[in-house]
Design a protein around this ligand. Structure first.
Ligand code: PFF
Length: 464
């Protein structure tokens, strides 16, 4: 039985839902630690240039493909050009892989939120807390289940009544919380072990000022790669998600304006996340603490909250609530993409496909949780690092598939059917495509070349 296709009520509903997908753990967790690792303002500057060029091109392409074909990735590429049907399958594979682990991370956030809410002391600040939690057998599965059930409930509610409604509530709350915590973070100060006083404003300066120290061409390329892969993940592009959300956009919505708003929202939140986290970490853990990498959120931040004493618990609750919100709307977009694609392909109802994808998500997420104990292994990855199950999924989807899909999409749009196809969709209602020339140039020449380099480098096929 075929169900009527859902749609967002209008431009604001679409922007908030798409921003809900884009703003997630990538902005709040990954962006600040990459920034601290890659020279502060230098990374910021590079990232900003990439958002305005690559981000804009890839986001516009995805959304326009969705709206013009009114189909999900699995059918959209075939509708553009039947020979390119395979690209739809490849694109669909990304949310299939991301779904396996995103709800697991959502579960970790839920656990921290609950822990701060119910236990008065700063339990998560204890040494070994995070490792002992993720390596335990039952707890990560229980919290993942909770997070997954919430996600499924929103997706089950449908496009307008579920996704749009929840995003329209969550996104403004998220912005208020993040701004409030960022302001608080800037007012902090504490005495370090060496007796000098460290302030939030000094931490802000380290975050914002470009650090050119030891910059070589190789190092610059590394930063560029970090920024580029962050951009894909953060904007949720080249994974069929924005194609699906684009297919729910009504024809009278101004795509030129809305894609710019999504870019601004996503980058703005990432920037604010840095402002919220890095100054506080600097004040209590010093410069070395700022460069603690992926452990920043789950290991370093609890120590910061603990050092804040009284206010720490309240800030921690607000922080993990905000982060849980961000993760929820992102996870919803991944699940929605899977459900919507299956509804279209199998001609089934939302209810049935929610059940199917729910079971898939549950089984795979349990396996990912077990990847930290009974299924533990360390697999060498082609980019030189090693990883267990979650890292492997993340590597295949983000480092391997996303640049490859962007490369193929840019060849399809730039050379096979021509950029007019997208430009026409953006200008459909007589709107002006403000960065049209840039779009044409980028999609034809720059995106294919850079994506090829990115793909070869991140897969280890080409050693810098
Ligand atoms: N854009 C989200 C973030 O920055 O966390 C992550 C994300 C959402 C990635 C949805 C992939 C995805 F399919």
């Amino acid at each position: 039985m075929k169900e009527k296709k859902g749609s967002f009520s209008g431009s604001i509903g679409f922007v908030l839902a798409a921003a809900g997908s884009a703003v997630g753990v990538g902005n709040i967790w990954r962006f600040p630690y990459l920034c601290a690792k890659d020279g502060g303002g230098l990374f910021l500057l590079i990232y900003l240039v990439l958002v305005l060029t690559f981000g804009f091109v890839l986001l516009t392409t995805d959304v326009a493909i969705g709206r013009k074909t009114k189909k999900n990735a699995l059918n959209a590429f075939a509708a553009i050009c039947p020979k390119w049907k395979f690209l739809g399958y490849l694109t669909f594979l990304v949310p299939v892989l991301i779904m396996t682990y995103y709800s697991v991370i959502g579960g970790w956030i839920t656990k921290y939120f609950v822990e701060y809410l119910v236990s008065g002391d700063n339990v998560p600040a204890q040494d070994g807390y995070f490792t002992s939690f993720i390596t335990s057998k039952a707890a990560p599965i229980v919290f993942m289940l909770l997070f997954l059930a919430l996600t499924a409930a929103v997706v089950y509610g449908g496009v307008e009544k579920g996704i749009e409604k929840v995003s329209s509530f969550i996104m403004p709350v998220l912005v208020v919380l993040i701004v409030a915590i960022a302001i608080f973070s800037l007012t902090l100060s504490a005495e370090g072990e060496d007796g000098t006083v460290r302030t939030g404003m000094q931490g802000l300066a380290i975050y914002l000022l470009p650090d050119f120290h030891g910059l070589t061409v190789k190092r610059f390329l590394e930063i560029l790669l970090d920024a580029m892969s962050q951009l894909f993940f953060s904007l949720s592009v080249s994974m069929g998600i924005m194609v699906t959300y684009g297919s729910y956009v009504k024809d009278d919505v101004d795509l030129n304006k809305t894609t710019s708003q999504i870019e601004i929202f996503d980058t703005g939140v990432a920037f604010l996340a840095g402002m919220m986290i890095l100054p506080a970490v600097y004040v209590f853990l010093g410069k070395e603490g700022m460069a603690s990498g992926p452990s920043l959120i789950f290991i370093s931040l609890p120590k910061v909250f603990s050092a804040m004493r009284g206010a720490g618990r309240i800030v921690a609750i607000a922080f993990f609530l905000m982060m849980g919100f961000a993760a929820l709307t992102s996870c919803v977009s991944v699940m929605e993409t899977l459900v919507a694609n299956c509804m279209e392909v199998f001609h089934q109802t939302r209810k049935k496909m929610c059940g199917l994808i729910g079971v898939y998500s549950l089984v795979t997420a349990v396996l990912i949780c077990l990847g930290y104990n009974v299924l533990y292994f360390e697999l060498p990855l082609p980019n030189g690092s090693t990883g267990q199950l979650l890292d492997v999924m993340d590597y295949i989807s983000n480092s391997f598939l996303m640049p490859f899909i962007s490369l193929l999409t840019s060849i399809l749009i730039g050379w096979v059917i021509g950029p007019d196809w997208i430009v026409g969709e953006v200008e459909k209602n007589g709107e002006c495509f403000t960065r049209e020339k840039l779009y044409r140039f980028m999609i034809k020449y720059v995106v294919p070349v850079v994506m090829l380099i990115l793909f070869l480098t991140s897969t280890g096929l080409w050693n810098r």
